[in-house]
Design a binder for this molecule. Structure first.
Ligand SMILES: NC(=O)c1ccc[n+]([C@@H]2O[C@H](COP(=O)([O-])OP(=O)(O)OC[C@H]3O[C@@H](n4cnc5c(N)ncnc54)[C@H](O)[C@@H]3O)[C@@H](O)[C@H]2O)c1
Length: 386
C-alpha cells in the first residue's frame, strides 16, 4: 500500500500530480530546488482548491485535508520515507539520472522510483540505479488533476511487482491506466502524430486552409478541437519539438517527419495562444477566418487524417506497444478523441482503411503512407479489433 509519496519538481506537472495524490489521501512531500517554484505551487494549489470549494466540488474539510497532505521541501533527503517517488523535473536525461542516483541513496530498498518523462527512455534512466528493477515510467497528462489517463511504462529492467503496485496505486488515484512499452512517445505521443502531421501536409499541398481543416475534423469527425487550434493551444514550439524528438527516436521514419510550416511558425514566434498569434490571431477584435463549406472536401480531409491515425494505432498494436483496449483508452482519455481509433477502424471496416491508405501510397509513393501489416492481414482474414 502506497501512503508516502515523494514528488520531485513542483512545476506544472509535479504540482498537478501532488494534488492528485493528496486528494487520494496520500501524504505527499513535494521537492524543488527552486524556492520560488515551491511557493508558487503552494499558492496555486490554494487557489485551485478554494475554487473547488466555491463550485461545491469538495467540502472545506476536504480542502483542508488535501492541503495538509502536502509538505513543501527544498531538500531531496526529505523524501527518504517515500513508498513511491515520481520525478517531474526538466526533460534532460543527464539531470534526471543525477537526481535518481542521489535519490536512491536516501530512500528505502522497497521505494518505487518513477519518472513522468514524456519522451526519454525509462531503461536508460533506470540503468543508473543500483536496483533498476524498482524504476518505472508513470506519465500523467496536462493538467494532471483533470486528465483521466496515465500511461504506465515498465522498462525492460522493471519487476512485475513494481508494475503491479504502480498500476494499482494510479487506479486508486481514480485514473485510467494504459500500460505502454518503453518506446518513443509511448502511446499517445506516438499515435497522435498524424493528427498534426497530416493536417499540416494537407495545408502545405494547398488542399485547404487552417480553418477549413479544423472545421472538417470537428464537424465531420466530432473532435473537440481541430489540429491547428490544438497546435496553437499546445504551442508550436512545444508541439514541433515533440514531433522532432519522436522522428529522430524512430531513426527518421518518414511517418513522423516534422513540418517546415510549423517550424517557421515556431521560429517566427507565432507560438499560438501563449504568444497571441499562431495559426490563428488571438488579439482582441481579430477577425476569425471563415472555413469552406464544401461537404465533399470536408469529408475527404477528415478521412485522410483519420485513416493515418488508425494506421498508426494499428501499427502500435502490431508492434505490441500496448493492448487494443489500452490504445483506445489512451486516445479517448488522454487527448479526448471522440472515439477509440481501433473501434473507429472496425466501424469504417478494416477493408476501407486498407484501401484508403493504399490509395494515398499509390498516389505519393512515399513510405509515410505505408499500410500497417496488421491492417492488411486483418483485411484478408476479415477480422475486427473488437
Ligand atoms: N508540461 C506538460 O505538458 C507535460 C506533460 C507530461 C509530462 N511532462 C514531463 O514532466 C516533466 C516536467 O515538466 P513540467 O512541464 O512540469 O516542467 P516545469 O518546467 O513546469 O517544472 C519543472 C520543475 O522542476 C524543477 N527542477 C529542475 N531541475 C530540478 C532538480 N534537479 N531537482 C529538483 N527540481 C528541479 C524546476 O525548478 C521546475 O519547478 C518533464 O519531464 C516533462 O517532459 C510534461
Amino acid at each position: 500500500m502506497i501512503k508516502n509519496v515523494g514528488i520531485i519538481g513542483s512545476g506544472t506537472m509535479g504540482s498537478g500530480i501532488a494534488q492528485v495524490a493528496a486528494a487520494a489521501g496520500c501524504l505527499v512531500t513535494l521537492f524543488d530546488v527552486d524556492q520560488q517554484a515551491l511557493d508558487s505551487a503552494k499558492q496555486s494549489l490554494e487557489k485551485i482548491t478554494n475554487r473547488l470549494v466555491e463550485k461545491g466540488r469538495i467540502s472545506s474539510q476536504e480542502k483542508d485535508a488535501l492541503q495538509n497532505n502536502i509538505r513543501y521541501v527544498n531538500s531531496l533527503k526529505e523524501l527518504a520515507h517515500s513508498d513511491l517517488t515520481i520525478e517531474a523535473i526538466v526533460e534532460n536525461i543527464e539531470v534526471k539520472k543525477k537526481v535518481f542516483q542521489e535519490l536512491e541513496g536516501y530512500v528505502s530498498d522497497t521505494c518505487i522510483i518513477a519518472s513522468n518523462t514524456s519522451s526519454l527512455s525509462i531503461a536508460s534512466i533506470a540503468s543508473v540505479l543500483k536496483n533498476p528493477s524498482r524504476c518505472i515510467g508513470i506519465h500523467f497528462f496536462n493538467p494532471a488533476p483533470l486528465m483521466k489517463l496515465v500511461e504506465v511504462i515498465p522498462a525492460i529492467q522493471t519487476s512485475k511487482q513494481v508494475l503491479a503496485t504502480s498500476q494499482t496505486t494510479i487506479e486508486n488515484w481514480k485514473k485510467v491506466v494504459a500500460v505502454a512499452k518503453d518506446t518513443p512517445g509511448f502511446i499517445v505521443n506516438r499515435v497522435a502524430r498524424p493528427f498534426y502531421g497530416e493536417a499540416l501536409r494537407i495545408y502545405e499541398e494547398g488542399i485547404a486552409d487552417f480553418a477549413t481543416i479544423d472545421h472538417a475534423v470537428k464537424s465531420v469527425g466530432g473532435f473537440k478541437m481541430g489540429p491547428f487550434q490544438l497546435m496553437d493551444f499546445i504551442g508550436n514550439d512545444v508541439n514541433y519539438t515533440v514531433t522532432q524528438t519522436v522522428f529522430e527516436a524512430f531513426y527518421n521514419d518518414p511517418r513522423y517527419k516534422p513540418s517546415f510550416t510549423q517550424k517557421r511558425f515556431a521560429e517566427a514566434g507565432y507560438l499560438g495562444r501563449k504568444s497571441g498569434k499562431g495559426f490563428y490571431d488571438y488579439s482582441q477584435g481579430a477577425i476569425l477566418p471563415v472555413p469552406e463549406n464544401n461537404p465533399v472536401l470536408l469529408n475527404s480531409i477528415l478521412e485522410r487524417i483519420l485513416v493515418m491515425l488508425i494506421n498508426e494505432a494499428a501499427d502500435a498494436l502490431f508492434l505490441n506497444i500496448a493492448s487494443a483496449k489500452d490504445i483506445d483508452a489512451a486516445m479517448t482519455k488522454g487527448v479526448n478523441y471522440p472515439k477509440g481509433l481501433l473501434a473507429w477502424a472496425d466501424e469504417k471496416s478494416i477493408d476501407w482503411c486498407v484501401k484508403q491508405i493504399d490509395t494515398l501510397y499509390n498516389h505519393y509513393h512515399e513510405d509515410r503512407y505505408r499500410c500497417s501489416a496488421l491492417l492488411r492481414t486483418m483485411s484478408l482474414k476479415n477480422e475486427t479489433f473488437f
